[in-house]
Design a protein around this ligand. Sequence first.
Ligand code: ZN
Length: 277
Amino acid sequence: MKIASYEQEGVRRIGVVRGDSIVDTGFGGSMIELIARWDEVRPAFEKLDDNGALPLTNVRLVAPIARPGKIFAIGLNYADHIAESKMETPQRQVWFTKAQTSINGPFDPILIARNTVTADYEVELVAVIGKRGKHIAAEDAHEHVFGYCVGNDVTERMWQHAGPQWSLGKSFDTHAPIGPWITTADEADPHTLDLRCFVNGEQRQSSSTRHLVFDLWQQIEHLSAAMTLEPGDLIFTGTPGGVGAAMDPRQFLKPGDIVRCEIEGLGAIEGVMEAEA
Ligand code: ZN
């Protein structure tokens, strides 16, 4: 099932996407509440009929989860990106956070912050946690995933590398576009998905989640050794090679650039870069 958050005539709703249409679920709570109550809610969602379905083009899709409790992202998790970053393959997983306030709609403008010139893209598979858990073993981790969406781990490279801690450079407003909807875990294998990123139609990244260094199950085991994972928490699973910072010469995003990230079976998100006012 594909579950979207959308706005229609100023009202925020949760809908089920079927082909090019969206069906309102009538669910009154947030996406995080929906995820927490999924076992109870799912049968009614499956029975929704298409009466009142709207063309997707008639609604404004917004970030499927507006305020995730946590956003964690792994660095250096594809061999080609490690090589282009001139780093060693890490022996332990390298994690950083992105601020809640960096969440952005799937088709909303992405802001280039004042006095910065090194905005860069990173297409990533994003996993959405379903069932809460601590000390989750890798072999059980799949039971804790609600679904998947496309993410762009937009990064301010100068801020990222200003010190050993990357989180500020990863946390600028609008720098976590996600969407276009959540595809439930039963409909996707997180380790066989092709993913691509385009800037103004030019392909910059193209890989497969087959090439993850640490797979999603290892990531969940590692994170949940430190903290309780809760419904709606997001895990950005790493980016493949091809980022602008590694091009020769380096290519950073400029106002007007259009960045499109797509993952097989999960859809595509696309935002125009805009200078922050
Ligand atoms: Zn990343």
